[in-house]
Design a protein around this ligand. Structure first.
Ligand SMILES: *[C@@H]1O[C@H](CO)[C@@H](O)[C@H](O)[C@H]1NC(C)=O
Ligand SMILES: *[C@@H]1O[C@H](CO)[C@@H](O)[C@H](O)[C@H]1NC(C)=O
Ligand SMILES: *[C@@H]1O[C@H](CO)[C@@H](O)[C@H](O)[C@H]1NC(C)=O
Ligand SMILES: *[C@@H]1O[C@H](CO)[C@@H](O)[C@H](O)[C@H]1NC(C)=O
Length: 664
């Protein structure tokens, strides 16, 4: 059986024929030659062009067809799979619907996500990635089929083979829809499903329209992370962008979550981004309903009112969508011009050239907590200039030397607001040598709060009130507060009807706290503030309000810090790293990316080290999570921050891999 001339005796398994095949070849044969011989031996008429060899033991694709078996180091006993590169994934979209998509399992995940996004018509695929489905630790392990059944109750499955599978010439866009002979799924061109330009064609794409949550059971059933540690666990599931799905043990038909990974949305534009805006709105909606992100009660009612409004308009617009395409385009234009929505990471703001003096703020009380109670505070009179707050004992002393001065660069800014209680506080955590200094600012009015809050947010980024984004920030804060006002004019409130479904609009915590009727009444009151908004404006406002929440954009990971004893968290955001207390989430110290010199990973001891221009370096060990995931978050944000407004769709993919794989 074995001859001297045969160096390798390959045992190959052809996955889609369920056949084992042996070939007699020498070690000098190329991979391409092996595949040719194999296909000859199989003698089955079939398009094999998508097939490639997979080396099971080494978990690697043999894609370099000109390499020999010897060069790959493949021995006679190696088992190789001859298998299609494109396989089905069950993708859970941000709106929680599942779709079956054919994806190239040998492409790097970054490329696979780009292809998926191209099919779905979502711009800026670099902001999304794939996440493994989190397991609810409380649920007992079930058999696979049962879990699947569980899912099916929640999902609409749309099966399609998108353009990602149609290599040019396979079928054209004009080809009439047909069906896959194997599983009967429609093989329609994607344009029929999603539309090339859904808004302009008056063809509401299924991905661009929000579907109301149909039953409160869904909310009850879905996994809700209870603590920051639970959230950190979910983040362990992000796939490695620079490796393929197959190499990461993703199986055919596995459920993966497609999510906006980096909370930085470049150039979000309702005109081109109908699907992106809707999916973003949906991701925000579910994050709030599943309590993945904290918000106050007043904010929850505002989100519920916006959701109620969006549901209503979505049903209306899909009822007569043949009629109102023009209206929608008008609405988009209106939303664009009125709103001038600038989201974080969006338009670059320029400092206005014609401002001669930088605006200042005066007259505010500031207090420092004594032993964390707000009672024993010391009050000062403060002014805000550039990025510095100066405190004086009294207004009269304001021309003298301040009792205290604080530079706000790099500080953490958190609101503490209760509108009905007329409480407008700002909590500042200001970095000092050995941690963070806690300061509270107390504003008397909404207007004063909006100005100081905007100034603090800008100052934390090192920008002054002269920056062109300042006024916009003030307006955004004011409109955010206005949406939460509760001074209803009874004349305009809709009567409570059963179709409000408050169980589907607020998180389970509030369902426990109040009666449904009470919640309905409050949602309808809050709805008054948003009832005039167009559909697209309401979604954009929802996204914007989500971005205003203190925890927005922080991705948590479990970490052990050098010198630290307890388990702690590292929070990664678009512009900084935050060391946090694992139980309370309080910031212990923050570091800005803008101040970073370099970072690297010691893969052996799983340690990430970040060096800064003017402070001691930071080192932490990735506990539980693969260091690559953390590394990729840092590199990914650095990559995203290099995007420029005038940059077109093409991305520097190699730069992304360099930054996220530690090649620099
Ligand atoms: C699938 O991905 C691999 C690796 O990037 C690539 O070589 C191959 O051409 C891709 N297949 C198709 C049909 O695009
Ligand atoms: C289209 O809109 C017009 C006015 O806006 C309305 O009168 C008409 O009934 C609508 N048609 C359909 C099919 O909804
Ligand atoms: C907000 O203030 C109102 C009025 O003072 C009070 O009833 C309510 O409990 C406060 N809410 C929170 C969350 O503190
Ligand atoms: C970007 O694309 C548009 C049209 O697609 C083109 O007119 C413009 O010149 C491009 N800009 C750059 C900087 O490549």
């Amino acid at each position: 059986y074995l001859s001297d001339t045969v160096k390798a005796m390959e045992c190959m398994h052809v996955t889609d024929l369920h056949r084992d095949v042996s070939l007699r070849v020498t070690g000098e044969i190329h991979i391409g030659g092996v595949m040719l011989k194999l296909v000859e031996k199989l003698d089955v008429k079939k398009d094999w062009s998508d097939h490639a060899l997979w080396w099971e033991k080494k978990k690697t694709w043999l894609l370099k067809t000109h390499w020999t078996l010897d060069k790959y180091g493949i021995q006679a006993d190696a088992r190789l799979l001859f298998t299609p590169q494109h396989k089905l994934l069950r993708l859970q979209l941000p709106n929680m619907k599942h779709m079956k998509v054919k994806v190239n399992f040998s492409d790097r995940v970054f490329k696979a996500v780009s292809d998926i996004c191209k099919t779905f018509n979502i711009r800026h695929p670099e902001e999304l990635s794939l996440l493994r489905k989190p397991r609810d630790p409380k649920k007992k392990k079930k058999k696979l089929e049962e879990v699947e059944e569980d899912d099916l109750e929640l999902e609409d499955i749309h099966v399609f083979l998108g353009s990602i599978y149609s290599s040019p010439g396979l079928y054209s866009k004009t080809m009439t829809p047909t069906y896959d002979s194997r599983d009967g799924s429609p093989l329609s061109p994607t344009s029929a499903w999603f539309g090339d330009s859904p808004l302009s064609e008056g063809n509401p794409s299924i991905l661009a329209v929000s579907q109301p949550i149909s039953s409160p059971d869904i909310l009850v059933k879905l996994y809700k992370p209870q603590s920051l540690l639970d959230k950190a666990k979910i983040n362990q599931g992000w796939l490695d962008s620079s490796r393929s799905l197959m190499e990461q043990d993703v199986k055919e038909n596995e459920v993966l979550l497609l999510r906006f990974k980096y909370h930085s949305f470049f150039d979000l534009n309702p005109k081109y981004d109908a699907i992106r805006v809707n999916q973003l709105y949906e991701q925000a909606k579910w994050a709030i309903l599943l309590e993945e992100i904290e918000c106050t009660e007043e904010e929850m009612m505002m989100f519920a009112a916006l959701q109620y409004h969006i549901n209503k308009l979505s049903i209306m617009s899909s009822d007569n969508h043949m009629n109102n395409s023009e209206k929608e385009v008008d609405e988009v234009d209106a939303a664009l011009s009125d709103l001038e929505i600038t989201l974080e990471g969006g338009k670059t703001s320029n400092t206005l050239g014609d401002i001669t003096s930088i605006p200042e703020l005066h007259d505010l009380s500031l207090f420092r907590p004594k032993k964390l109670t707000l009672k024993g505070y010391k009050q000062y009179w403060c002014t805000f200039k550039d990025i510095t707050i100066s405190c004086y004992k009294s207004k009269e002393e304001a021309h003298g030397t301040p009792a205290n001065q604080m530079n706000l660069r790099g500080c953490e800014v958190t609101p503490d607001v209760n509108i009905s209680g007329q409480k407008f506080n700002i909590k500042l955590l200001i970095p000092v040598a050995d941690g963070m200094n806690e300061i509270w600012l107390r504003c008397d009015t909404e207007k004063q709060y909006a100005h100081w809050m905007a100034a603090c947010r800008l100052a934390s980024k090192g920008k002054t009130m002269a920056d062109s984004s300042y006024n916009l920030e003030v307006q955004n804060i004011l409109s955010f507060l206005k949406m939460q006002h509760m001074n209803p004019d009874p004349q305009f409130i809709e009567p409570i009807t059963t179709d409000i479904n408050p169980e589907c609009l607020v998180s389970p915590r509030y369902l426990k706290k109040y009666k449904n009727k009470q919640i309905s009444a409050r949602i309808l009151e809050a709805h008054q503030n948003v009832a005039q908004m167009s559909l697209i404006e309401a979604k954009m406002r929802f996204i914007q309000a989500w971005q205003s929440l203190p925890e927005f954009g922080v991705t948590h990971f479990l970490a052990k810090f050098q010198g630290g004893k307890r388990e702690e968290l590292i929070g990664i955001t678009y512009n900084r790293l935050i060391r946090m207390d694992a139980s309370t989430g309080d910031a212990i110290k923050t570091w800005r990316f803008s101040n970073m010199k370099q970072w690297n990973v010691n893969w052996e001891i799983k340690m990430v080290t970040v060096e800064f221009a003017d402070e001691p370096s930071l080192s932490f060990i990735c506990a539980e999570v693969d260091c690559k995931v953390v590394h990729e978050f840092i590199g990914g944000y650095i990559f995203l921050s290099t995007r420029a407004k005038d940059q077109n769709e093409s991305l520097d993919e190699e730069m992304f891999y360099k930054l996220t794989s530690g090649w620099v």
